[in-house]
Design a protein around this ligand. Structure first.
Ligand code: FES
Length: 142
């Protein structure tokens, strides 16, 4: 690896600056898409959408924010980061209440955050969530 600070500084620094969370060398396995490469969860409260969109026992994936919101049988909302706990890929698929990671096939329950299929072993990171006048707000400080 070229590690000299003065020689090949430009490209190296640029690459590092764009991937603050990765660290495992697998950041490139995400879906990419529009080039935003924002593979991180909210750092503050974000408005996601109407609370009425999530029925009891259902879930909704907010890909732009890397957040999934599920509602358990009691009607309680739960929000989770959809950054896979296996190697950090953004999870981009929700079928029913099952989140499927595109990288190595891990699956998670979107209403509990629990792993339902390996290789991941850790549950999804839970985020604070509340309903504010019918709008779901999730993220730190929500
Ligand atoms: Fe999700 Fe490996 S990063 S299964």
């Amino acid at each position: 690896m070229p590690g000299r600070p003065s020689a090949s500084r430009r490209t190296v620094l640029r690459g590092v600056a764009l991937t603050p969370v990765a660290g495992l060398g697998l950041a490139a396995c995400g879906p990419g898409g529009d080039g935003a490469s924002a593979s991180a969860t909210p750092t503050g409260p974000v408005e996601l959408g109407a609370e009425s969109e999530i029925p009891k026992g259902g879930a909704k994936l907010y890909r732009d924010h890397n957040v999934v919101v599920g509602r358990d049988g009691n009607g309680t909302l739960k929000a989770f980061s959809t950054i896979c706990t296996h190697a950090g890929c953004p999870i981009n698929k929700l079928q029913g209440t099952t989140l499927a990671c595109p990288c190595h096939g891990s699956e998670f329950d979107a209403t509990t955050g629990k792993v339902v299929r390996s290789p991941a072993t850790e549950p999804l990171h839970e985020l604070p969530v509340r309903a504010d006048n019918g709008t779901i707000v999730a993220g730190p400080g929500a």
